[in-house]
Design a protein around this ligand. Structure first.
Ligand SMILES: Nc1nc2c(ncn2[C@@H]2O[C@H](COP(=O)(O)OP(=O)(O)O)[C@@H](O)[C@H]2O)c(=O)[nH]1
Ligand SMILES: [Mg+2]
Length: 290
């Protein structure tokens, strides 16, 4: 850029620029210097951009409140979009998310003829606009306030993936006994099988760089939280910088748990998660099936 001022100059007078905008009050000797100052301030005050991906299936009692809660947790802190991916819920969810979409609060994706949390999350990520995505459930089991903390950790620590853990100091599980028991037991088993430093392999609540995640070669079609197993496994294998922060998991108060409905509890989890852990750790990777 040509810094020379255009126009006549009184001999000996110094060129000065003052720039005021809002609370900014900058001074510079040239437009080039001023431009540098402005872009520094812009970079320092730029909000993190994030897409929050929420899969829904019959979440009419939760989704509206959750969108409000996530939005207020991120207001003033991030440039965010909330992407809700619904698989033709039979309740009021599709209409609720359309109304939210109409008022600019969410991007609503409706899928017909296809179901599943994992593929819903992946489709949401594909349609996301930001370089960082947060993955969370619609039922308040993942506390909305933690989203800001996930992002702060990601940015301040320079991590590629930050995951919420129930098994770090400060974390925990508020759930019916059988569910808590199953979670604790299988997490122990999975940690033993998988090795490494990850403390929670099935929490389902993460912030991750979108391009890194989309580059993963997922080979196991996941039904439930085994998605997390492969995500964290592939992150480790790819040498991503991964960190965990503690969170308290709350079992849903409203609506029905789809996993509790569809898999026989203890044995169902043992089979799904345990098998996937063993497959990932010791098996030959199967061909991609979805
Ligand atoms: N799009 C979509 N979302 C789903 C499906 N099944 C469950 N979900 C959502 O995935 C999240 C976790 O499901 P949830 O029923 O709470 O399972 P649980 O936490 O294992 O009991 C919630 O936000 C559900 O609404 C599905 O088939 N498609
Ligand atoms: Mg749940």
């Amino acid at each position: 850029m040509d810094d020379r001022p255009v126009g006549a100059l009184a001999a000996g007078s110094a060129v000065r620029y003052a720039y005021r905008s809002g609370r900014l009050d900058l001074e510079a000797k040239s437009i080039g210097e001023l431009q540098q100052l402005v872009s520094k301030v812009v970079a320092a005050t730029k909000k993190r951009s994030v897409s929050v991906i929420i899969p829904t299936y019959n979440e009419e009692a939760n989704i509206g409140r959750l969108v409000e809660a996530v939005s207020s947790a991120l207001a003033g802190f991030a440039d965010f979009e909330i992407v809700v991916v619904d698989d033709a819920s039979a309740d009021g969810t599709p209409a609720i998310i359309d109304a939210l979409a109409f008022s600019g609060k969410v991007a609503a994706i409706h899928r017909q003829g296809i179901r599943g949390i994992f593929s819903a999350i992946m489709d949401g990520i594909r349609a996301a606009r930001s370089d960082v995505v947060v993955i969370m459930d619609a039922d308040f089991s993942h506390p909305p306030l933690k989203v800001a903390e996930l992002l702060r950790k990601l940015d301040e620590g320079g991590f590629d993936l930050v995951s919420c853990s129930r098994f770090l100091h400060g974390g925990g599980i508020r759930a019916p006994f059988a569910r808590k028991f199953a979670t604790v037991l299988f997490n122990r088993f999975i940690r033993f099988v998988m090795g490494g430093r990850i403390t929670d392999w099935t929490g389902g609540f993460h912030a991750v760089k979108r391009d890194k995640l989309l580059a993963f070669d997922f080979r196991h079609p996941a039904k439930w939280g085994e998605f997390d197993l492969e995500l964290l496994y592939l992150a480790g294998k790819a040498g991503l910088r991964v960190a965990e922060i503690p969170f308290i998991y709350n079992f849903r108060e409203e609506g029905k748990s789809k996993s509790a409905e569809s898999i026989d509890f203890l044995f169902g989890y043992a089979w799904l998660y345990g098998r996937r852990a063993l497959q990932l750790r010791f098996g030959r990777q199967r061909p991609k099936t979805f």
